[in-house]
Write a protein that binds this ligand. Structure first.
Ligand code: SAM
Length: 267
């Protein structure tokens, strides 16, 4: 995609890679720039399967939202939602129940720019351009308040995002703030880069060097985000192993172990 003046005006920095646009590259999207593609080319050198990893993440996002809809959840807060792609949260949730409401939160201005058209005719979905670390601002945002009834169960989704927060940003406190705001009967859905192989640790270093952010955590550290909630079967596992809807791989490849995920229930 060319660098257009209207994108510069919208606060979109085309001189440095952005997480949302790099993710768009690995999802084979068109909403990215040369700088993002160059970043992904560096990551491919370390993790040749990175495109597959993005696909596994989108697949578990779909399975997770279908599972939550099956539990009767009709409110979803998708934090670090990314650029619109195929099978976005509101499409999966509203297919299961047309009444489902979805609030997307992302700090990349391009997400709003591209989400607007998609959501123009959908009054049960909103995009908030904000930093998800600013929990109070999000929970009190008029768009959030108009769509999400905090008296009813909510699915709090932190899919593919907590590994962009460093420990000194206290991601655990951020998780707790959202989960404290939602009532019992709510759910927490997390996927996260996992430092379980040498390749993943090399990839972590690339992320840090090129993006300035990246903190891959161990399975135990990822599981700790769910402390205080009832972790549902099969627990925190490599993405392809979480409630698969098709055949399960026998021996997992490096890419299949690069991200872990799980869902927990708030009693
Ligand atoms: N959740 C989607 C998924 O799993 O398919 C997209 C994940 S994408 C890898 C991470 C997204 O989080 C990007 O769109 C990025 O802009 C956004 N993001 C990163 N840091 C953020 C922050 N502090 N506040 C809000 N969004 C953030």
């Amino acid at each position: 995609m060319a660098d257009k003046p209207n994108e510069r005006n919208a606060g979109i920095d085309t001189t440095r890679p952005s997480i949302a646009r790099a993710y768009d590259v690995v999802l084979n999207g068109k909403d990215n720039f040369e700088v993002d593609r160059a970043f992904v080319a560096e990551i491919v050198k370390v993790i040749p399967e990175i495109y597959d990893v993005a696909a596994y993440n989108r697949q578990i996002l779909g399975r997770g939202v279908r599972f939550l809809s099956g539990q009767g959840v009709t409110q979803f807060v998708d934090l670090g939602s990314g650029l619109p792609t195929e099978e976005n949260t509101h499409q999966v949730a509203q297919r299961a129940n047309p009444e489902s409401r979805v609030v997307y939160v992302d700090n990349d201005p391009m997400v709003l720019a591209h989400g607007r058209a998609l959501l123009a005719e959908n009054d049960r979905t909103a995009v908030i351009t904000s930093d998800l670390r600013d929990t109070e601002a999000i929970l009190s945002d008029p768009a959030f308040k108009s769509l999400i009834d905090l008296g009813r169960p909510v699915a709090v989704m932190l899919v593919g995002i907590l590994h962009h927060l460093h420990d000194d940003e206290d991601p655990r406190a951020i998780v707790e703030a959202y989960m404290a705001a939602v009532p019992s009967g709510s759910y927490l859905f997390i996927t996260h880069f996992c430092a379980s192989t040498q390749e993943s640790r090399d990839a972590e270093q690339k992320y840090l060097a090129l993006l300035g952010t990246g903190r891959f955590r161990t399975p135990e550290e990822i599981t700790a985000f769910f402390d205080g909630f009832e972790l549902l079967e099969p627990g925190v596992v490599p993405l392809p192993l979480w409630r698969p809807e098709g055949p399960v791989p026998g021996r997992l490849t490096v890419g299949q172990q690069l991200m872990y995920g799980g869902i927990a229930y708030k009693r």
